[in-house]
Design a protein around this ligand. Structure first.
Ligand SMILES: [Zn+2]
Length: 328
């Protein structure tokens, strides 16, 4: 068998790293973030707890959730050597760059986002997608989504058999429920396909999903359909605004507090942005009308703006105030 230079170098590197790297080398995949790579590394190498890696990687905390790991100052070379990647730079795609000193803002696949509340703390899974390709996608951890943006399959948030949430901590296998495994029952998430999420405004839903879907590059996004005053805002900021509007829309009727809105709510919020400024005015009036007893317009406006920058916040608050005035 003939090797080209790249393959030869990759093999030489993996031989050189014996004793420092995991026995089964782990090559990051395009859909994965840092939490997903380390979780798979634990599963494939027979480590029951991902927290075992914390000391080896010099992490300040032992939580292995996307949020905790995004705050860490990860040493890329140390991580690459530990995983045994083909080249030293192969981990760059999974480490979210920090946009400020404290990591309050990060770059998620090219999108600048506020970290607080951006990720869920438990693993969620799209079973059909996992059956096609045994990989956890980082986008399943985005709290503003309740379904896979590619297939629109609703994410499993709890094991269908035992009702437990799957953590990023206990690594058995990507497809098995750790709670059931503890009771010596094998529950394979791939055998529980979930419904496909739908909305009555596909254009608006597609727009919201494109803002955050790692599969689409920023260059592929069409900002020309936005009102001129919104066109300068980044996709991450716009997605966080839309998802928080959608959460507020859901929770204006629900008694149980939701953090991940359904597709219909996301499409409704996205339409308000696409039809700016009138769409936003209509949205603010409609959400207040949905439950006037519970909706304090100021609180609501601040809730939807919690992750956006000052300029956009001023614009959204203005639209809410206009909606409020029109009701009087
Ligand atoms: Zn279970």
């Amino acid at each position: 068998m003939a090797y080209n230079d790249d393959e030869f170098e990759a093999i030489a590197r993996q031989v050189e790293l014996i004793g420092q790297r995991l026995s089964v080398p782990i090559q990051p995949r395009g859909e994965e973030g840092i939490a997903e790579v380390l979780f798979r590394a634990a599963c494939e190498n027979g480590f029951r707890k991902t927290s075992t890696f914390a000391g080896i990687l010099g992490l300040g905390r032992r939580e292995m959730t996307p949020q905790s790991l995004a705050r860490e100052h990860l040493d890329a070379t140390r991580l690459a050597d530990f995983l045994g990647t083909r080249t030293r730079t192969d981990v760059e795609s999974v480490i979210y760059p920090k946009l400020d000193r404290f990591g309050n803002r990060i770059r998620f696949f090219g999108r600048d986002v506020a970290l607080k509340g951006f990720f869920t703390s438990h693993r969620r899974i799209a079973p059909r997608s996992l059956a096609d390709n045994l990989t956890l996608k980082a986008v399943w951890g985005v709290a503003g989504l309740s379904f896979d943006p590619d297939t629109r399959e609703t994410l499993l948030t709890r094991c269908p058999e035992c009702g437990e949430r799957a953590s990023y901590t206990i690594g058995i296998a990507l497809e098995l429920c750790p709670g059931c495994y503890r009771k010596e029952v094998l529950v394979d998430f791939r055998k529980y396909p979930q419904p496909i999420a739908e909305a009555d405004d596909n254009e608006a839903l597609d727009f919201a999903l494109a803002l955050i879907n790692p599969r689409l590059s920023i260059e592929q996004l069409d900002f020309n359909i936005l009102h001129a005053c919104l066109a300068g805002h980044g996709p991450g900021e716009l997605f966080q605004l839309i998802s928080h509007m959608a959460v507020a829309w859901e929770n204006s009727l629900n008694t149980a507090w939701l953090v991940s809105p359904a597709a219909q709510a996301l499409a409704t919020a996205s339409r308000a942005i696409l039809d700016w400024p009138y769409g936003m005015g209509r949205f603010s009036e409609a959400i207040i009308r949905r439950n006037p007893m519970r909706q304090d317009p100021s609180t609501l406006a601040y809730a939807v703006c919690q992750s956006v920058g000052r300029d956009l916040r001023i614009r959204v608050l203005g639209a809410f105030q206009a909606g409020r005035r029109s009701r009087k």
